[in-house]
Design a protein around this ligand. Sequence first.
Ligand code: ZN
Length: 348
Amino acid sequence: MKRRSFAVLLVGIVCALTVQGQGAGQPAAPPESHGMGRSMSHGAPIKVMILDGQSGGAYHNWRLTTPVLRKELEDTGLFEVTVVTAPASDQDFSGFEPNLGHYKAIVMNYDAPDWPAEMRARFEKYVSDGGGLVIVHATDNAFPNWPAFNEMAGIGGWRNRDEKAGPYWYIRDGRLVSDPTPGTAGMHGNRLPYQVTTRAAEHPIMKGLPPVWMHTADELYGKLRGPGKNMTVLATAHSDLQNKGTGHEEPMLMVVRYGKGRIFHTVMGHDVYALSCVGFTTTFQRGTEWVATGVVTQKVPANFPTAKSVSYRVDIAEMDPDMLKGASDPIRPEEKHVVATPHATAAH
Ligand code: ZN
């Protein structure tokens, strides 16, 4: 356990250094880095809305995860982020009229069963007219009966989806295939770290990323169904039969075209710890830039995970107040008293 704490501490130091180097408000990058990183971003910030307000259960705590997504976008120095919280789907939407056209991209950290017809129509128009959309994790559980949304997501799961939602999509022998066999949609095994494999190395979101990298412990979504129309799978992960999986290469990152709109869909990011993965963060930051502008100007960070090692940001993982629950050694000296209290011992 001591070793684990030391490792966490080490990662913390590495991450703190990295964060310091990438933080907002840094002076402009030197001229030699022009053409690659933040130095391209001297223009106006890209206006992004994060939409939240509902989830399928307390296990998807949007009140905790939205600030994480916001921080990850703001850390790039590229985005001006506004959080918009929608009413719950059974509440009154008459006063809810966010100006969608004001934003270059909408990031959905949101899972509701349905929306009023007028809200659906405004949203469809926003994307088909060229608005960017980012779908994070259980957002692809939302709106099982809204065909346009399912087309934007490409694939989704749960909320009673079955073969009527579309076939099951996965990668076999390097090619995207669909299986129309009837059945449920959406499953995952225990949360473990898993390898992510790049499938579209030349796509701007993926360019420069390693062919294989290790994601921190997260749900590995599998057996997702949908129309799969205009969908390109950027990365997959193997759903292990020994962890209640499908035995197939499941889509992890996708892009979809809907009218003039670009969509980036990441199925990763169950909780704050999963979101703290440098692999998640990097693809999320790049995916949001790409849907908003069609290009990616961000560098791949030096602490990007490798094929064998996870890499996560402790400053982000600590945004979950329960992150240190269960740690048997004090990670920081000032926390010694917390671990020593009878309450903390009982919580183990
Ligand atoms: Zn989840």
